[in-house]
Design a protein around this ligand. Structure first.
Ligand code: ZN
Length: 123
């Protein structure tokens, strides 16, 4: 698929960054966003620890159909970086709401998502 087609498709998706193994892709308007890069670098480490294929399989295809705690856990760890930098966890625009709004997989409440993020924050 040509590059510009992928860019156009992605521009409709809310995801600002995608990590594949050691490669981090950021949408153009987010390319100077150091906090987003820090978030994606958590995913780089997670993938290197778990193996990229196994990680992506769990994240996108396999378990979300039945069970989303994997996705909640890896995103909570990455969003803890955003929380440490001062982004709000609670509230309608908070980090927990981003995790809880996923519309597939096992439901996760905002409270569960907030608790998961706080577990990964260093004191
Ligand atoms: Zn993420």
């Amino acid at each position: 698929m040509p590059d510009h087609v992928l860019h156009t498709l992605w521009s409709w998706h809310p995801m600002a960054g995608i990590t594949l193994g050691r490669h981090v892709f950021l949408k153009k308007q987010f390319q100077g966003d150091r906090l987003l890069l820090a978030h994606e670098l958590v995913h780089v480490r997670q993938m290197s620890e778990m193996g990229t294929l196994w990680y992506l399989l769990q994240y996108f295809f396999l378990l979300p159909l039945f069970w989303s705690p994997f996705r909640v856990r890896v995103e909570a760890e990455a969003y803890a970086v955003d929380a440490q930098a001062g982004c709000p966890i609670d509230g309608d625009n908070g980090l927990a709401a981003k995790i809880a709004c996923w519309r597939y997989g096992w439901p996760c409440s905002r409270q569960q998502a907030a608790d998961a993020i706080r577990r990964y924050m260093s004191p």
